[in-house]
Design a protein around this ligand. Structure first.
Ligand code: GLY
Length: 423
């Protein structure tokens, strides 16, 4: 099979790494890819949102399957355009992808289809958003409606901070994504990330993990796209998984199909395990980043048949996926300053070190310098991942590998997996 993988982050590097292991693969092309992906696949310089050029590329390479990594390509309508030319695509249409691309859409969707989530107010200007705060208790959750690359959510400890976040968001801190704001109830509990595949009709759970959203150790600092993950995560008891499946996953797939937009791809359910069961924090229309990295390390089954089955309506033919017994950990290394302004272009050294058994290093926001050096972007740059017989071993291996990376301008959290270790 010829596969076109769209995207350039750590999630896509992990997908490429796993797809590459498939005996079904003939040719893997990543667009645009990154230097890490260039080491294992062909890369082409086409942005995820260049829908016409991505379709041309898929036709040129006679793609049997296109796998969409990032949400921006979903919102741009890549799946819709590929359907027009008859190329199977793993990734939902723009209409189904609204479950991620509009927080306001999703809140109304939850009301319409009776999915448990926090109370909320949708606000079209700063005055309305500030007035809405009166209906909530601190900490306040201020969310940009649209896609903001993990930078659209502020958890504000008090009213002044919430009002400042509202002003920033309407003032353009996340661009057009902040033209509308959702003020939400802060949900108490433990966070979890659960994944489910769907081919428009049939659905199947596809693993779970826990992410660390705050920038610094001890869950301090600003929200990020995710600073590290581990899987399996003990928060996902049998009951929580079953409740999530029956109260969130299945009603979501049924609801979006009933609304006229059957879902094909992976749905990422970011949930809070509350005293009253799972409540939806957010849906995402793609694999989590860096959740995907630990899932790919643990997935024993060939990934490609699952992706293809989602794209072609044959998920009912697939067995449950097999997962390794191992635990997996991912530590994200980001440029100092992230998720705020950060200076791109620092050199990352040590990538050719012998990282030892069970370690895989994925690249995220990197580029190749003229001399072949690997340069960091202004955000998350590396995902140092490891498997082990248990979480402690996986962590030890991952942090051992982090110590071999020579990148003074980078930072990382040192406490990935702390909740599981405390249990
Ligand atoms: N790690 C959270 C996300 O991918 O949105």
């Amino acid at each position: 099979m010829n596969i076109l993988l769209v995207g350039s982050g750590g999630r896509e590097h992990a997908l490429a790494w796993k797809i590459k292991q498939s005996p079904l693969l003939t040719r893997l092309i990543c667009a645009p890819g990154n230097p890490g992906m260039a080491g294992i696949a062909e890369v082409r310089d086409v942005k995820p949102t260049e829908v016409g050029r991505q379709v041309e590329l898929a036709l040129e390479i006679k793609a049997d399957l296109v796998v969409i990594g990032p949400e921006v390509a979903i919102e741009a309508g890549l799946a819709d355009a590929l359907a027009q030319v008859g190329i199977p695509c793993f990734g939902p249409t723009a209409a189904a992808g609204q479950l991620e691309s509009s927080k306001a859409f999703t809140k109304a969707f939850c009301d319409r289809h009776h999915l448990p989530t926090g109370q909320y107010r949708i606000c079209d200007d700063a005055a309305a958003a500030k007035a809405a705060l009166a209906h909530f208790q601190p900490p306040y959750v201020v969310k940009a409606d649209g896609l903001a690359a993990g930078k659209g959510v502020v958890i504000a400890p008090d009213r002044a901070a919430a009002e400042a976040a509202i002003d920033d968001t309407f003032g353009g801190s996340v661009g057009a994504a902040g033209a509308r704001v959702v003020i939400e109830e802060y949900l108490e509990g433990e966070i979890g990330s659960l994944f489910a595949l769907c081919d428009g009709k049939t659905s199947m759970l596809f693993g779970w993990a826990q992410d660390h959203k705050r920038a610094f150790d001890g869950d301090e600092g600003p929200n990020t796209g995710g600073m590290g993950t581990y899987s399996p995560a003990p928060v996902f008891t049998y009951d929580l998984v079953e409740q999530t499946r029956t109260r969130l996953v299945e009603p979501a797939f049924k609801g979006i199909a009933a609304d006229g937009a059957p879902y094909r791809g992976v749905l990422f359910v970011e949930l809070m395990a509350t005293r009253h069961g799972p409540k939806l924090v957010e849906f995402n229309a793609r694999f989590g980043d860096p959740e995907c990295q630990v899932l790919m390390l643990r997935l024993e089954s060939d990934l490609v048949p699952y992706l293809m089955a989602c794209a072609t309506g044959r998920l009912h033919e697939m067995p449950q996926p097999k997962w390794r017994d191992d635990d997996a950990v991912c530590v994200v290394l980001a440029t100092e300053g992230y998720p705020g302004p950060a200076k791109a272009g620092s050199v990352i050294g040590g990538l050719d070190a012998d990282f030892g058994a069970g370690v895989v290093v994925f690249q995220a926001g990197t580029s190749a310098g003229d001399d072949g050096a690997i340069l960091a972007g202004a955000g998350r740059a590396l995902n140092v991942c490891a498997v082990g017989r248990d979480l402690a071993e996986a962590r030890e291996r991952a942090y051992g590998a982090v110590a071999l990376i020579d990148w003074p301008q980078g930072f990382h959290r040192t406490d990935i997996g702390w909740r599981a270790l405390l249990r």
